[in-house]
Write a protein that binds this ligand. Structure first.
Ligand code: 5CA
Ligand code: ZN
Length: 419
């Protein structure tokens, strides 16, 4: 699948601050602490769980992709190459259910929503993945993964005469549970809430996850050596990640709602395939964006859409600034007034970047780097630029190159550039 066009990323001058850390540190869900992510040199591998395309990009999605865009930019600034992979869950229960409810063809619904997402991501200047892979394009990868798991006795058919679907022996894999750190009872409860089927009769274990669902009437299905059917959700992400990033890679990311079951199950399938080798080095999770007191979600219908705000005339750079005002690890709630404060900030920055002089850029660029390398602290980075902006607008500083240099750093590191 084609991703969206990349925004150019200015290359910044190297820092001369000996105290500036030359690595990216991010909170890792497994160790519950900050961890260096990405190699010292070479290529960092990033897999971020993509959309299920049945409703347009809401601010929660945008916040998640923006968070990993910051990591992408930090890595680029550190001189690393970034191999970024993202999937599209374009065949799964929620998408098919939505299409059935509205009478729309599921493929048409998916195509529409993918297009809207791409347009939103491009407008927000989110750097595109190098490999943007839809589930329907990668069936062969899932099929091969299941063949491999079968050969290791990690896959079995459920005892069901009518639909003997294929399942994965999740809990038999070593280290199952290290990401979510939940009790078995908690896992079972959350599994049921988030698309799992712990109650299904005929499974060997309640926590086993679906690999291949055999064809039901009125559901899309594809031929395979495992029978005609369609892929399960978790195995899709594992198969795509391992195909494009190798058995083990730097970071798997997504919203916090994916910690369990999704990322726990992905990691277990990954270890199954890789004979016990770890799947991602680190797992990074983004707080949930809410609206009207609840998590913003398609199923609840309490959405604020990037596209709706843009249609209302809000500049995408202002939406980006409104989102960056929140630290990625916090849950937070969207208020319409967030746009007003972001607009004020954008106006001030724009004026300062257009001024004829300012205080020198090097210290503020160092501080931006410091803030972002230390757990992607976007709010602190914004505060740094605010401070420089106030000084420039007050007429402090005589450096004629500073406004252009600060604007380039804000573009490269924060992805904010005014049209
Ligand atoms: N297709 C799967 C991942 S493989 C999926 O979860 N799709 S999604 O469309 O529901 O979500 C897309 C991404 O946005 C996921 O990383 C999810 O964790 C994140 N996300 C969803 N809702 C929110 C929210 N309210 N706040 C922050 N991130 C969210
Ligand atoms: Zn995923």
């Amino acid at each position: 699948m084609d991703a969206w066009p990349p925004a150019p990323v200015p290359i910044l001058p190297p820092s001369h601050d000996p105290d500036l850390d030359g690595r990216a540190h991010v909170f890792d869900t497994v160790t519950r602490g900050l961890r260096i992510v990405g190699p010292e040199q070479g290529t960092a591998g990033l897999y971020v769980c993509g959309i299920t395309p049945y409703d347009a990009t809401h601010l929660g999605h945008a916040f998640t992709y923006l968070t990993f865009d910051l990591l992408h930019r930090v890595w680029l600034d550190l001189g690393l190459a970034v191999d970024y992979v993202q999937n599209i869950t374009d065949v799964d229960d929620p998408l098919l259910e939505r299409a059935a409810e509205t009478g729309q063809d599921w493929e048409e619904l998916a195509a529409e929503q993918i297009e809207l997402f791409r347009t939103d991501m491009a407008a927000l200047r989110v750097l595109p993945p190098r490999h943007y892979m839809a589930a329907t394009e990668t069936l062969h990868l899932v099929i091969d993964t299941i063949t491999d798991l079968r050969s290791k006795d990690l896959a079995y058919q459920v005892a069901d005469d009518e639909y003997p679907d294929w399942y994965f022996r999740s809990a038999s894999v070593e280290h199952f549970g290290v990401i979510s750190q939940l009790t078995r009872e908690q896992m079972i409860a959350i599994f049921a809430e988030r698309g799992g089927d712990p109650e299904r009769l005929g499974k060997d274990d309640a926590l086993d996850s679906l690999l291949w669902r055999l064809a039901r009437a009125d559901e899309p299905a594809w031929d395979s050596p495992h029978g005609r059917g369609r892929p399960g959700w978790h195995v899709e992400c594992t198969s795509i990640a391992q195909r494009y990033l190798g058995e083990t890679f730097s970071v798997q990311g997504g919203g916090r709602d994916l910690i369990f079951p999704h990322h726990e199950m992905c990691a277990a399938v990954g270890r199954g395939v890789a004979n016990g080798a770890r799947f991602a080095h680190s797992y990074v999770h983004v707080g949930m964006v809410g609206l009207d007191g609840e998590k913003m979600s398609k199923s609840r219908g309490n959405l604020e859409l990037v596209s709706r705000l843009r249609q209302q005339g809000v500049d995408a750079s202002v939406i980006r600034l409104a989102l960056l005002a929140h630290h990625y690890r916090n849950d937070w709630e969207w208020f319409a007034t967030d746009i007003d404060s972001a607009q004020r900030r954008a106006d001030a920055w724009r004026s300062a970047f257009a001024s004829s002089h300012g205080t020198p850029a090097a210290p503020i660029i160092d501080n931006l780097r410091r803030a972002l390398r230390h757990d992607l602290d976007a709010p602190r980075a914004l505060a740094e630029v605010d401070e420089w902006t106030s000084a420039a607008l007050a007429g402090d500083g005589t450096d004629p190159d500073a406004p252009r240099q600060v604007a380039a750093a804000v573009d490269a590191l924060l992805g904010v550039r005014f049209g």
